[in-house]
Design a protein around this ligand. Structure first.
Ligand SMILES: Nc1ncnc2c1ncn2[C@@H]1O[C@H](COP(=O)(O)OP(=O)(O)OP(=O)(O)O)[C@@H](O)[C@H]1O
Ligand SMILES: [Mg+2]
Length: 371
């Protein structure tokens, strides 16, 4: 799939900007603070219905304006018209072919993979960072997963406030089990699905990684559920096994949960483990090894989405060329150029070789205007 046209109305530092994109490579060149990341953010909002940079959506509205509209024509098997409208006065509107729709049917229409310098947090960051990366991918290809995730998060919130109140009011303790059935059922679904998707991602990532590292190193990516946090063994669990371990952890930690006043078990405590030649990449990997693994993982996301959605997603690369050496750079671009529409930002056009520049459509960004 690819974006044919994009229109930004009062989005961040853009007033009224129309744009025609190349189905292949698009390079946006501009100095700092001109609107490069803003542009990618707008496309991301069209994909996930919300921003990755802020939870306060009115920040997206250009200072002084009352509302922002992002609008794109997307070419998939069919033509698709997508729009997001955020305004100060009314709630957010999501439109598919001019018809208002909910987030669950909006997300997944335009698929994207985002790669920024922050993507290194996939390896270096917290377990929460890693889970978020994975959830963002699965939500785009599986609307049921997205619904389950939202329901589960609500159950955890409600169970947490009950556990907190029960610290003051002991009689509330007997209400906790009311939430346990849902906690285990929804939570186990999430763990099972994440584990399944991650094993597909691992296969694709291994292949990409072999190519980048010239087969010198072996990458493993494993899902580590909370109940297996202390084991070194990484296996695939069946849904029944997951539920069984979940219940037993829940029983074991009941007292501690009551004492501490929040939920201590569940997929909100899971992690993803990256191993290079059997060693934990977070602890033992060099910067270069970490970058290579993240790059391989991003390419794996691309393959996963193409497999699950039937078409390659749009790839958004924010200022990552400077993070990669020449070999990784040309490897990345050569793959992307053959497969997916790619939108890349840079402060320095010289990070691209002559051939790449010729194949690409090059745009300049100057204080919220694209030239
Ligand atoms: N709601 C808004 N209204 C007007 N301007 C905004 C708004 N939000 C952000 N900006 C402006 O957008 C500019 C930053 O844009 P952006 O983050 O896209 O820069 P960039 O080109 O990616 O820069 P860098 O190379 O430093 O990453 C800043 O000048 C900021 O003040
Ligand atoms: Mg930026």
């Amino acid at each position: 799939m690819h974006i044919k046209t994009l229109h930004l109305r009062d989005f961040r530092n853009y007033s009224d900007q129309s744009l025609e994109l190349n189905p292949g490579l698009n390079i946006f060149v501009g100095d700092n603070a001109q609107g490069k990341t803003n542009l990618l953010e707008a496309i991301y909002v069209l994909s996930l219905s919300k921003s990755y940079r802020t939870g306060r959506e009115t920040e997206l509205i250009k200072h002084g304006a009352n509302q922002t509209i992002i609008h794109a024509q997307v070419q998939k098997m069919a033509r698709l018209d997508l729009a997001v409208q955020v305004s100060l006065a009314t709630s957010k509107k999501l439109l598919v072919n001019q018809k208002s729709t909910n987030a669950n049917s909006f997300v997944g229409q335009l698929n994207t993979v985002l790669f920024t310098p922050d993507s290194l947090q996939l390896v270096k960051g917290s377990p929460g960072d890693r889970r978020r990366f994975l959830d963002i991918q699965i939500c785009q290809i599986d609307a049921v997963y997205r619904t389950t995730l939202l329901k589960y998060q609500r159950v955890v919130r409600q169970r947490n406030s009950l556990l907190k109140e029960a610290q003051m009011q002991r009689s509330l303790v007997k209400q906790v089990p009311v939430w346990d059935t849902q906690l285990v059922a929804l939570g186990s679904e999430l763990i099972w699905r994440r584990q399944e998707i991650l094993s597909i991602l691992e296969e694709f990532a291994q292949r990409a990684h072999e190519t980048i590292s010239h087969e010198l190193e072996n990458l493993q990516v494993a899902y580590a559920p909370f109940f297996a946090a202390n084991t070194q063994e990484h296996k695939q669990y069946t849904l029944a096994e997951i539920e069984q371990f979940f219940w037993s952890e829940l029983k074991d930690r009941r007292e501690e949960e009551l004492r501490r006043g929040y939920t201590l078990v569940g997929p909100q405590r899971d992690d993803i483990i990256f191993l290079i030649n059997g060693l934990d990449l977070k602890t033992f990997g060099s910067q270069g090894q970490q970058r290579t693994a993240v790059l391989a993982y991003i390419l794996a996301e691309l393959e996963l989405m193409s497999r699950e959605a039937g078409e390659y997603p749009v790839v958004l690369l924010d200022d990552v060329m400077s993070e990669l050496d020449q070999t990784r750079r040309s490897f990345l671009l050569s793959i992307l150029n053959r497969k997916a529409q790619t939108i890349v930002t840079t402060t320095n056009l010289a990070s691209f070789d002559e051939k790449t520049r010729q194949e690409a459509r090059v745009f300049r960004i100057e204080s919220g205007r694209i030239l």
